[in-house]
Design a protein around this ligand. Structure first.
Ligand code: FES
Length: 64
C-alpha cells in the first residue's frame, strides 16, 4: 500500500528500509524521501516505523 503518495513510497519500502538499518523518521526521509513534500504521511510512516522496529530482531537498540 502507498504510505506517501507524493513520493510514491510503499509500506514495503519502509519495511525494507528498517531491515536495512533505518531507525528514525530522519533515516526514512533520507533514504526514501517519505514525508518530505506535504507531510501528511508522517504519522502513518512513523506508526509503521515503530511497528516494524518492534518486530525486527535488531530492534532492541533502536526503538525510542
Ligand atoms: S504524502 Fe508523503 S509527503 Fe505528501
Amino acid at each position: 500500500m502507498y504510505v506517501c503518495i507524493c513520493n510514491e513510497v510503499t509500506d514495503r519500502e519502509i519495511k525494507h528500509a528498517t531491515n536495512k538499518g533505518a531507525c528514525s523518521m530522519n533515516d526514512l526521509r533520507n533514504s526514501l524521501n517519505v514525508a518530505t513534500t506535504c507531510g501528511r504521511c508522517a504519522d502513518c510512516a512513523k506508526g509503521l516505523l515503530k511497528e516494524y522496529l518492534s518486530s525486527s530482531p535488531s530492534s532492541e537498540l533502536s526503538v525510542a
